[in-house]
Design a binder for this molecule. Structure first.
Ligand code: AKG
Ligand code: FE2
Length: 192
């Protein structure tokens, strides 16, 4: 069993479109991997996506939104959560991806990721087989089941304005975008 929750409508359609436009227009740099300061250029064989620099107002709006979702996530996962980390505004172009990985809460590396308990992804545009220009194909967020069970893979529905959250130790990946551009916001709630 893969433990995740989908919360619909954390952003409305107009807010999603405005965020996509802001991220597209923003300057960005290749998104890196946590705990690696020596990335040149950001391990493109592991993760290829652009992290956009958005306005402080936008970042503040998303921080407030993440704080408002905390109680529902604590109830669902049975965890006491602290603050969400600085959100990342991600722009995936055709061919961009993130290989299977865990975001944290694994005793693997002695870095900041050990404080992460819950990963959250907010979808800003829609995945479709034959996408209109504002939407995309490919680019599935796929959660993997734990080793203790059957080889399970579950694609998350990419509905604009919805938030999907899962335990940060859950293996997950973003498959390559095959058409157009994909926009998401990601953050991580730490333990209380
Ligand atoms: O963009 C996504 O759907 C998820 C990205 C991700 O897994 C991450 O940034 O750790
Ligand atoms: Fe991740």
């Amino acid at each position: 069993m893969i433990d995740y929750i989908e919360i619909a409508g954390v952003l409305d359609e107009a807010a999603c479109s405005a965020l996509c436009a802001e991220i597209r227009a923003a300057s960005g740099r290749p998104a890196g991997l946590l705990g690696r300061d020596d990335q040149k250029p950001a391990w493109p064989e592991v993760r290829r996506t652009t992290r956009a620099e958005v306005s402080l107002a936008t970042e503040g709006m998303v921080n407030d939104l993440l704080a408002r979702q905390k109680a529902a996530l604590e109830r669902h996962f049975g965890l006491a959560l602290g603050n969400a980390e600085k959100p990342q505004f991600l722009h995936y172009r055709e061919g961009d991806f993130f290989v299977p990985h865990q975001d944290g809460n694994t005793p693997l590396i002695h870095d900041e990721s050990r404080f992460r308990r819950i990963s959250a992804v907010i979808f800003l545009n829609r995945q479709m087989d034959d996408p209109s220009p504002a939407n995309y194909a490919g680019g599935s967020l796929v959660l993997h089941g734990p080793y203790s069970g059957p080889d399970l893979r579950v694609s998350m529905p990419a509905v604009p304005g919805s938030l999907v959250a899962f335990r940060s130790e859950t293996t997950h990946e973003v498959t390559p975008v095959t058409r157009n551009e994909r926009f998401t916001i990601v953050s991580w709630y730490r333990g209380a």
